[in-house]
Design a protein around this ligand. Structure first.
Ligand SMILES: NC(=O)c1ccc[n+]([C@@H]2O[C@H](COP(=O)([O-])OP(=O)(O)OC[C@H]3O[C@@H](n4cnc5c(N)ncnc54)[C@H](OP(=O)(O)O)[C@@H]3O)[C@@H](O)[C@H]2O)c1
Length: 279
C-alpha cells in the first residue's frame, strides 16, 4: 500500500486548520494493546489518532506515537478533557496534564468530552481552550456530545467550537443534531462510526453498494461518513481491519447509495443522553 492509497481527505475545521477525515479510535484499548494498536495504525497509514483522558490510555497512545517514529507534524492527535476540567483554569490544567501523560508538546484538537450541564462549567472550559489556541499552544478546540442548546450557550459567549464529536452510524443518524452543527458552521465528528460493528452491516442498503464497488460493508459505511462531510474515527486493533478501514479513498458512493444508507436511520438518540450522563 503506498502513501497515496492511505492519505485521507482533509476537512478545514477552523481557519487554516485541516484535519484528516479518517482517524483511528483507541477506546477501550489500554497499556501495551493501545500502544501496539497506535504504532500499527500509523505504520498502516493512519495520520489521525483519537484518545481521551477518560480512556486511561493517553500515556500508551503517546508511547505508540513515539514508537512509530513518525514526525509529530505529520500526525493529527485529538484528546478530550473530563471533570474537573470544567472551568477556565481547569481546562488549561487538563490540557497540560494530557500533554504530560502523552509526552507531547501540543495537541491538534482538544475537546470538552461531555457537557455535564448540571455543573454549568462548560462555557468556562471553552474559554480556557480558546486561550490555549490564542497562545499558540493548541491548534483547535471543540466539544463532544453537545446538544444544540449546549452549542448555543457556547456561541452566545462568542466562542466557536471547531467540531462537535457525536455518535453517528446508519441507525443513529441524529439528523437534527447534524443539521444543528451544520447550521452553526461546526464540523461533525462521528464516533462509533461503525456502530460497533452493528447489525446494519448485513443490510442490503449497505451490502448492495459493497458488491457494486467491490468493498466490504464497513468500508461502505466509512465512505458514507466521508461523503456526508463527517470526520470518522473507527477503532480497530486488528492489522487487517485497520487496513480495511483505511482503504476507502479510491471510490465514492452515488447520491442514491448515500440516500439508501441514510434511510436506515431509526431516529433513535445516542446510547447516552448528555443531559443525564457525563464525566
Ligand atoms: N466522544 C465520545 O464520547 C466517544 C464515545 C465512544 C467512542 N469514541 C471514540 O470513537 C472511537 C470509535 O468508536 P467505537 O470504538 O465505540 O466504535 P466503532 O469504531 O464503530 O466500532 C469498533 C468495533 O468494531 C470492530 N471493527 C472495526 N473495524 C471493523 C471492520 N472493518 N469490520 C468489522 N468490525 C470492525 C472493532 O473490532 P476490532 O478492534 O477487533 O477490529 C470494534 O469492536 C473510539 O475508539 C473512541 O476513540 C468517542
Amino acid at each position: 500500500m503506498n502513501t497515496t492509497d492511505t492519505a485521507a481527505p482533509e476537512l478545514e475545521i477552523a481557519p487554516g486548520v485541516r484535519a484528516p477525515m479518517l482517524g483511528l479510535g483507541t477506546w477501550p484499548l489500554l497499556g501495551v494493546d493501545a500502544a501496539d494498536s497506535v504504532a500499527r495504525g500509523i505504520a498502516n497509514g493512519y495520520r489521525h489518532i483519537d484518545t481521551a483522558e477518560k480512556y486511561g490510555n493517553e500515556d500508551a497512545v503517546g508511547e505508540g506515537i513515539r514508537r512509530s517514529g513518525i514526525a509529530r507534524g505529520d500526525l493529527w492527535v485529538t484528546s478530550k478533557l473530563s471533570l474537573p476540567g470544567h472551568s477556565r483554569a481547569g481546562a488549561i490544567q487538563s490540557y497540560d496534564a494530557a500533554l504530560k501523560r502523552m509526552g507531547l508538546e501540543y495537541l491538534d484538537l482538544f475537546l470538552v468530552h461531555w457537557p455535564n450541564p448540571e455543573l454549568g462549567g462548560y462555557v468556562e472550559a471553552c474559554h480556557g481552550l480558546q486561550e490555549l489556541v490564542n497562545a499558540g499552544r493548541l491548534r483547535a478546540w471543540g466539544v463532544s456530545n453537545f446538544k444544540a442548546a449546549h452549542l448555543d450557550e457556547v456561541l452566545a459567549a462568542r466562542l466557536k467550537p471547531a467540531i462537535n464529536q457525536i455518535q453517528v452510524d446508519p441507525r443513529h443518524l441524529q439528523r437534527p443534531l447534524l443539521e444543528a452543527n451544520a447550521a452553526r458552521g461546526i464540523a461533525t465528528g462521528a464516533y462509533s462510526p461503525l456502530g460497533r460493528a452493528g447489525d446494519f452491516l448485513t443490510d442490503p442498503a449497505i451490502t448492495g453498494p459493497a458488491t457494486a464497488h467491490s468493498k466490504t460493508p464497513a468500508q461502505i459505511v466509512l465512505r458514507w461518513h466521508l461523503d456526508s462531510g463527517r470526520i470518522a474515527v473507527p477503532k480497530s486493533a486488528s492489522d487487517a481491519r485497520q487496513r480495511e478501514n483505511l482503504a476507502v479513498f479510491d471510490f465514492t458512493l452515488t447520491p442514491a447509495q448515500r440516500a439508501g444508507i441514510d434511510a436506515l436511520d431509526t431516529g433513535a438518540g445516542p446510547r447516552l443522553d448528555s443531559d443525564e450522563y457525563g464525566h
